[in-house]
Design a protein around this ligand. Structure first.
Ligand code: FE
Ligand code: ZN
Length: 516
């Protein structure tokens, strides 16, 4: 018997383990098996031109991931056994973790589903294998984040019902609608939205601030899942740039289609990042860098180099580019102001920054903070001290596309709220910007279906079954919180006086002092 087996080189092995997996159908035409490969108008002439720079095969994938998993769970276990949460800077930090588990981790799960689905619809095996791996990475991210953060859920409020909130609570509809927009697009638009615009262009602005924020604030559990996801992220970013170049190189007719998607998804991603900007500037007791600085490094500098590189395909920078640059001095402050106002309806805490923190913001935002935002925060603080902590009891108008309340101001004029509207089939629709308006006008049939939390509340769709709004003394806001399963007075309201604040002070006191 001939037992001589030729050992394959990396390249041959990769080809055998990936390209060898596909086939041409015989008893059904290929177009019927892959209907979505053509309907967006993207033309692919040679699927084999797709190159995976990592040349990762499935068996190697499981081996690497298994090793990373073992290390990660050892650290999470040690963190929990040693009451690692007592080592964080202060309990305000946990609100950044709440925002993450409420608004970001569910996106990992959506990404898992999205890549599983689009992988099915691509004809080329190389791209399908890449999507399959990313789909597995993403469910891993969802799981590792949930496990790492579960330790905080034992000790702090605002995390016990994060998935329930994701489907209902007003600000969580911002990341939710972003991803659902991508999931309901065709496979090539999905790649442009998630792989390119999100993973390649914007992911550093999401993960670097959260993970270095965790490191600066003593949260080893979060840092570790961040590190464990990092090598996955580098594959995802590469998939994103490969996907864009593949589409652009296959046919010149693809260029205008891809350009419109880049315009759309850059702006949608940028709007979601408002939450990250706010987290960086207001929610980290120990700051890493300002949103403005992060935007300049990871947004402006990287983006400029990228779009210079893509210019040879006929791609220009996204339409919202200059307005995004204009927003860097403002959006984090405008968002925190909104959450401070509407903190009765949000399951995390807000506060006015300390004097030292206000000075930091003044130094980091020389063009805007003292002039527009500091006086307002100081006024809030005075009012709070006088016993008038302000909670807004009205509901804000939302942008039909990004679903963010109308909190942004006109480019170049930070004292005027930016507001746009359009009519479609007899109804009026409202937008936060020219770019959200344009996204709507390109696909109105899609966005008229938006589940806008404020509209749903006013239409009476956000009360528990059996609730009767005509009863005397009916309090609609409390009925909505009940529908949210928001534990009033524990999950929401100001950090000052919260259970989180009191508990953490008591626990830390016990850890550092003798009790009699
Ligand atoms: Fe992920
Ligand atoms: Zn908008």
């Amino acid at each position: 018997m001939d037992t001589q087996v030729k050992k394959l080189g990396l390249k041959e092995r990769y080809a055998a383990m990936t390209r060898g997996l596909g086939w041409e159908t015989t008893y059904q035409p290929m177009e019927k098996v892959y209907p979505y490969a053509t309907y967006e108008g993207i033309k692919i002439h040679d699927w084999d031109k797709w190159v995976d720079p990592f040349r990762m095969t499935m068996d190697a994938y499981w081996k690497y991931q298994g090793e990373k998993e073992k290390k990660l769970y050892a650290v999470i276990d040690a963190f929990q056994q040693n009451n690692g949460f007592l080592g964080i800077t202060d309990a305000r930090y946990v609100n950044a973790v709440k925002l993450f588990i409420q608004g970001v981790s569910p996106l990992e799960y959506y990404a898992h589903r999205g890549f599983a689905q689009v992988g099915r619809h691509f004809v080329g095996e190389g791209l399908r294998v890449a999507c399959q791996m990313q789909s597995l990475d993403e469910i891993r991210h969802y799981q590792t984040q949930t496990h790492a953060i579960s330790t905080y859920n034992k000790y702090f409020n605002g995390m016990h019902h994060s998935l329930h909130w994701f489907d209902r609570v007003w600000y969580l509809s911002v990341p939710k609608s972003f991803f659902e927009d991508a999931l309901t697009a065709g496979p090539f638009e999905y790649l442009t939205s998630i792989s390119f615009s999100f993973e390649y262009v914007l992911t550093n602005l999401l993960f670097v601030p959260f993970m270095s924020g965790a490191a600066y604030n003593g949260d080893l559990a979060t840092v570790t899942f961040g590190f464990s996801a990092q090598s996955d992220e580098s594959r995802h970013m590469t998939l994103g740039i490969e996907a864009i170049k593949f589409m652009l190189e296959q046919d010149p007719d693809n260029v205008p289609i891809v350009q419109r998607w880049i315009d759309k998804w850059f702006w949608r991603g940028y709007r979601v990042l408002t939450l990250v900007g706010m987290m960086m500037d207001y929610m980290l007791p120990k700051r890493v860098m300002s949103w403005r600085e992060a935007w300049e490094i990871y947004g402006e500098q990287n983006g400029r180099a990228l779009f210079r590189d893509l210019a040879r395909y006929g791609i220009r920078e996204p339409k919202g580019w200059l307005d995004a640059i204009d927003g860097k001095d403002h959006i984090s402050h405008q968002a925190w102001n909104t959450f401070y106002n509407y903190n009765a309806a949000a399951p995390f805490h807000t506060w006015v920054p300390t004097d030292e923190e206000l000075d930091w913001l003044s130094a980091k935002y020389p063009n805007s903070f003292d002039q527009y935002y500091r006086p307002r925060l100081e006024f809030y603080r005075e009012q709070h001290r006088a016993g008038n902590r302000f909670y807004n009891k009205t509901l804000p108008m939302l942008c039909t596309v990004c679903q963010i309340p109308m909190l942004f101001t006109e480019p170049g004029d930070p004292t005027t709220i930016c507001y746009r509207e359009t009519d479609y089939q007899g109804d009026k629709y409202h937008f936060c910007s020219d770019h959200c308006k344009e996204i709507f006008e390109n696909e109105p049939e899609k966005y008229v279906q938006s589940w806008l939390p404020v509209h749903q509340i006013y239409q009476g769709n956000c009360f528990k079954p059996g609730v009767d709004p005509t009863q005397p003394g009916f309090d609609p806001l409390m009925a909505v919180f009940d529908y949210y399963d928001l534990d009033f007075g524990r999950d929401n309201l100001d950090f000052e006086g919260s259970e989180d604040q009191k508990h953490f002070a008591a626990w830390r006191g016990q850890a550092l002092q003798n009790t009699v």
